[in-house]
Design a protein around this ligand. Structure first.
Ligand code: DX5
Ligand code: ZN
Length: 217
């Protein structure tokens, strides 16, 4: 399967959003990092901003909710135009219920695991998930370094998905650059999130094309 790319808006110039979106129109998704200052130490943007940019791009919206008790906001983010909603397993006491809420809105459902969270936590929800988001940095900020142990975590999850024939993609998020992309794709990543490697580049369109080239080798 072809590797898909989801540039993270967090690294874009927020004063030029329309222009920034045009630069990455060849991506597969737009990754939207929502941070509440409670679940993670940083505050980014909410459903109002997502709604405002929904009309400015054809890209699918891959919304990553780094917020505590995401069940309070599923409807808001569904109505903002998200296509995929990913919540953190660690941010709710009722992850299965939240997955059901997302699916009831007609959206694809993802669950994200922090670097220290075991894959065992997925055992009873994996058959219902459209994607698992493996955090390869601690959530909260762009521009951090990839945590090397996450490569083995990706391979292990890939094996579980293949052995059980689950229809679940693996998305990997944090610290991904041209130099470490190949091993992450080989380990089993289906969707690559990249913030600083794309929006921080002089030419984001070219950076995206280069990363696609590396992933398809
Ligand atoms: C981190 C976010 C990431 C971040 C990735 O909490 O979930 O999506 O924007 O940024 P880079 O690619 O710069 O590590
Ligand atoms: Zn993210």
């Amino acid at each position: 399967m072809k590797t898909e790319f989801a540039p993270s808006l967090l690294a874009a110039d927020f004063s030029q959003l329309k222009k920034e979106l045009q630069l990455i129109e060849k991506a597969d998704y737009l990754h939207l990092d929502v941070m509440d200052g409670v679940y993670v130490p940083n505050i980014s943007f909410g459903s109002g901003i997502i709604k405002a940019i929904r009309e400015q791009t054809e890209l699918k919206f891959d919304t990553h909710l780094m917020i505590t008790k995401p069940e309070r906001y599923i409807k808001d983010f569904a109505e903002s135009g998200s296509d995929i909603l990913t919540v953190h397993l660690e941010a709710t006491d009722h992850i299965h219920r939240v997955i059901q809420m997302i699916k009831n809105e007609g959206l694809k459902a993802g669950v994200s695991l922090n670097p220290a969270t075991s894959l065992n936590t997925l055992e009873y929800i994996l058959p219902e998930l459209d994607q698992v988001l493996i955090m390869s940095v601690n959530p909260g900020f762009g521009g951090q370094s990839y945590i090397p142990q996450m490569t083995a975590k990706i391979s292990k999850l890939k094996k579980i998905i293949e052995e059980n024939n689950y229809q679940c993609k693996i998305e990997v998020d944090g610290g991904i650059k041209a130099h470490n992309l190949e091993k992450i794709v080989k380990a089993g990543a289906d969707i690559i999130v990249a913030g600083s490697a794309i929006f921080g580049a002089e030419d984001p369109a070219q950076a995206l094309a280069e990363m696609r080239g590396i992933a398809s080798n």
